[in-house]
Write a protein that binds this ligand. Structure first.
Ligand code: G6P
Length: 500
């Protein structure tokens, strides 16, 4: 029988019964679905481990290295190689997920129930009771691993939608620790969240944390309103009181490693690669660029249709203008993702069939994982960057592109439904569902004078430079360690800044 989440245990388990002397422990423990390492692919062929791609690894590496912290997570693909105990100065502890749990916890509840529900129900979320059971089981495993690993009065920082029950489960096991939770994806409004049959349990799970961080203020408000309505929590948007405890709730917009991107963007080898890429593309006058995980939330098809119509009307000219679309493979065994790929590839081949000339396709489409250097070279090539998701927590591609444009050229077309749009006011902001609006924004961006392009880029760069990804991590951890009766001034200031 699965334990009901949120039910207080009668007597808390004594700490020394939970902490096993044999187990590695740390003052700071990060818990995320994935470890910061992944097994090398067959193509890489060295049988070793590589850093996982993604902002979270960058964000937390230095904090964990400095504090001798520990990262708990799942290594992803199965491999015969044991997960290393340490990788690039970060201690690792792996959590196993069985093939059935991969289906029910990862593909199922996490990515076919929560993912679509939290992204505006762009695809209909699926609700299965057995997926929910798997979600509880796996969350409990992570909570137990964290309870074992964290030292007395230590800190545990839990990440993302796959692990929303961990804060409450961990609190029951280890009432002595400070628990933070950060949601990287949007938190939906009540109208959508209320569909979830286990809505109360998820809210209770999250309220086990001392601090819950969201990307934008409206997401924090959605959560607070739901907690008051569904659980009769009291308090205002910044601090909620539930079952005799306070939980602080706020917006902490995630960022990028600005220094690293600036230095990569000025690296002679990467600049040379950018020149090579432009040459390979046929030295076009203008390169339009899209880089996304291949996900139905990213609005890739819609964007391609807008670009196709611009070729059809003559605003874009085959041979002179070219589009590069990188679509990183993701969750490929899910039918929605499979369909998304087929539909997108259909559109790309239609565009090339209709507008391409021999030797010059209008769209260069890459369905693959690219090394970071190559991605930066592409950012440097892209005169117009299209980031047009239907719904997105933040979207770090938009911020990465801006940080790479050290020459202050290049334009960003950005969806109003990406968290980044709250900060990057220098972008051309679009409604990605409005094809005419997207086309008009691209036309305007292409016509923009150098002065306007530069001033928009400067504005966006200044905004990102104000707070890099390390500030984000430190701000969150600082707020967590300094929690008192009222939220810290930094937290209030940050919340105000990103408020609509
Ligand atoms: C999003 C989520 C992350 C997730 C990533 C890749 O960015 O917020 O938690 O790790 O997608 O998805 P995957 O399912 O491959 O972990």
């Amino acid at each position: 029988m699965t334990q009901v989440i949120g039910t207080k245990t009668e007597v808390p388990t004594p700490i020394d019964e939970v902490v096993d002397d044999e187990v590695e422990t740390a003052q700071l423990v990060v818990v995320a679905n994935r470890l910061p390492v992944r097994p090398s692919s067959a193509k890489e062929g060295d049988g070793g481990w590589r850093p996982s791609p993604g902002g979270l690894v960058t964000a937390l590496s230095s904090v964990l290295q400095e504090s001798d912290g520990l990262w708990i997570g799942w290594p992803g693909a199965s491999t015969d190689e044991p997960v290393p105990k340490e990788f690039e100065g970060i201690r690792l502890k792996s959590v196993e997920i069985s093939p059935e749990e991969y289906e029910e916890f990862y593909l199922g509840f996490s990515n076919a129930t929560l993912w679509p529900l939290y992204h505006d129900a762009i695809r209909a979320p699926t609700f299965h009771r057995h997926w929910w059971l798997a979600y509880q089981t796996v969350n409990r495993r992570y909570a137990e691993a964290a309870a074992q690993a964290v030292e007395t009065n230590g800190t545990v920082w839990v990440h993302d939608y796959q692990l929303q029950l961990v804060p409450q489960m961990l609190r029951e096991l280890r009432p002595d620790v400070k628990i933070g939770f950060f949601l990287h994806i949007p938190f939906p409004p009540a109208e959508l969240f209320m569909q979830l049959p286990w809505r109360k349990e998820i809210l209770q799970g999250l309220l086990g944390a001392d601090l819950i961080g969201f990307q934008v203020h409206s997401n924090a408000s959605n959560f607070s309103r739901l907690a008051r309505r569904q659980l009769s929590a009291t308090g205002h948007d910044g601090t909620l009181r539930y079952q005799g405890r306070d939980t602080t709730v706020g917006a902490f917009p995630i960022s990028v490693d600005c220094d690293q991107l600036i230095s990569l963007a000025q690296d002679p080898a990467i600049l040379k690669r950018c020149d090579e890429l432009r040459e390979t593309l046929g030295n076009p006058q203008r390169v339009l660029l899209g880089c996304d995980r291949l996900d139905y939330t990213k609005g890739i098809q819609q964007r391609m249709k807008a670009v196709a119509e611009l070729f059809a009307e003559g605003t874009l000219v085959p041979g002179k203008d070219v589009m590069v679309q990188v679509a990183v493979p993701s969750r490929e065994s899910d039918s929605h993702y499979e369909r998304e790929r087929h539909e997108l590839e259909q559109i790309v081949s239609e565009m090339n069939g209709e507008f391409g000339v021999v030797g010059s396709p209008v769209v260069h489409y890459l369905h693959q994982n690219l090394p970071y250097d190559e991605l930066v070279a592409l950012y440097l090539c892209g005169d117009v960057m299209l980031v047009t998701p239907f719904c997105d927590g933040m979207n770090l591609v938009a911020k990465e592109y801006v940080m790479c444009r050290t020459n202050l050229d290049g334009v960003l077309i950005l969806s109003e439904f990406a968290g980044a749009a709250k900060e990057l006011r220098g972008a051309f902001i679009v409604n990605p569902h409005d094809l005419e609006g997207v086309k008009e924004a691209i036309r305007t961006a292409l016509k923009a004078g150098k002065k306007e392009v530069k001033s928009r880029m400067l504005r966006m760069r200044r905004q990102i430079l104000r707070r890099n990804v390390f500030d984000w991590a430190n701000l969150f951890l600082g707020a967590l360690s300094g929690l008192s009766e009222s939220p810290s001034p930094e937290l209030s200031a940050l919340a105000d800044e990103v408020r609509d």
